[in-house]
Design a protein around this ligand. Sequence first.
Ligand code: LMR
Length: 400
Amino acid sequence: VFAHVVQAPEDPILGVTVAYNKDPSPVKLNLGVGAYRTEEGKPLVLNVVRKAEQQLVADRSRVKEYIPIAGLADFNKLSAKLMFGDDSPAILENRITTVQCLSGTGSLRVGGEFLAKHHHQPTIYIPTPTWGNHPKIFTLAGLSVKTYRYYDPTTRGLNFHGLMEDLGSAPSGSVVLLHACAHNPTGVDPTLQQWEQIRKLIRSKGLLPFFDSAYQGFASGSLDADAKPVRMFVADGGELLAAQSYAKNLGLYGERVGALSIICGSSDVARRVESQLKLVIRPMYSSPPIHGASIVATILKDRDLFHEWTIELKGMADRIISMRHQLFDALRKRGTPGDWSHIIKQIGMFTFTGLNKEQVEFMNKEYHIYMTSDGRISMAGLSTKTVPHLADAIHAAVTG
Ligand code: LMR
């Protein structure tokens, strides 16, 4: 009965790792998926995560019962504080609901399904380009997906004019997906002044912001600084949605731990919204897993662990910044034609190199370098040892 089923293509991001794993070359380099690696090219489990896990294992009173549909209450409260700040008006006024979800993707999907069912304007505007999973998540959630201009390939920066024009002509009530910081794949974020203009436009047009916060702490190295744009939208008293992921900033990729928050007009509305979120979650996966959220809650509520986390996080962010400088210098040293200053200007995990599909294919074939076909490279996958190999490959691709 399934003979008609056709072979689906590999995922454009996760498929890069599949291809990388099959390559026997000793010099192969995976710069595809956005996952942090150490200088030795190894995945990193943060020290604070190890410590939190030890505490959890030592606690014999812990059981493996189902947790509530909305997840661990502690985790939800602490996650909201991390995103919106301890003194957030929305939290103080109880106008917020936060539910634990399966990392960023799960949070976006639950939020999308809630909007498709309960929002009067089920259209979402996503930036061009954006993370490849966004259009799929929101289409399958039942929203109509439209785009707004974001990146300008000529300046390798923000197309602020295009963004304002497109959001300015979006029908009232439309949802707008915004990357909270460290835009994926471009590494280009609005300045705080531009955020303020975007906020004013969104509020004056009656649009609904939906933040995807997958990199809090990774852009600047500071959790609070990276949350500023989101907090600006909370301070004006308006409504919004925010999806949080702990994949990158706590390195909890495979634990699938994240949260969806919806800030509402009143506490009464927030409670009703939460009841509907539970109706989305229950038939989808019943209730979320315990382990990852327990690790996060343990770290967020312990002052020492939290402090240690901020140091480890800054260490990861700084290593990525150092990779940016090393790659930039290596290209300059080789006299590679072109302006490569975007490598040091862009922020977060990725550099949107500007290399085209053919150049990406060339680097893959000749140098065993793996990256997404849009020319995005994960700076977190580089090390001092591998920078020369990448620089040689880019130089050859550009001059060849
Ligand atoms: C990425 O963009 O590489 C990450 O967000 C991982 C993923 O799931 O795509």
